[in-house]
Design a protein around this ligand. Structure first.
Ligand SMILES: [Zn+2]
Length: 133
């Protein structure tokens, strides 16, 4: 079990917060293991006790939207490169099956990253307060 530590004494830079978020760590203290499983963020950071939903029940609605946009843009980009690289002999049957699976899987794969990135962006624009712990 990890013993909670005090909140960071200095505010991390925006780049530090984003880097930590991309590693799926707490954007505020850098501590890891903030997910109870791939799709579920713990209520508080186990290291600095930061409320990971910032105490707002609808905090991650934006993360859901950003996740969907990023996942589908990534999917469309890969599909476009695939079609262009094999043109004109495009294997439409294979693309149909892969595309259906990718449309379901890509948001699930990118979800934790967009969730921590959304938290990092929120912390950049609205620094944590004492009430966030
Ligand atoms: Zn933390």
């Amino acid at each position: 079990m990890v013993t909670p530590t005090a909140a960071p004494t200095e505010l991390p830079t925006a780049a530090t917060r984003v880097g930590r978020a991309l590693l799926l760590h707490c954007p505020d203290c850098g501590g890891g293991r903030i997910f109870s499983h791939w799709l579920r963020l713990k209520p508080r950071c186990p290291h600095c006790e930061l409320k990971l939903d910032r105490g707002r029940p609808d905090h991650f609605v934006g993360a859901y939207l950003v996740n969907l946009i990023i996942a589908e843009l990534l999917f469309a980009s890969i599909l476009g490169v695939w079609v262009i690289s094999v043109w004109p002999a495009v294997p439409w049957d294979a693309i149909e099956k892969v595309a259906a699976a990718a449309m379901i899987l890509s948001p699930l794969l990118t979800y934790p990253f967009t969730r921590t990135m959304w938290l990092a962006a929120d912390l950049i624009f609205d620094a944590p307060k004492a009430s966030d712990r």
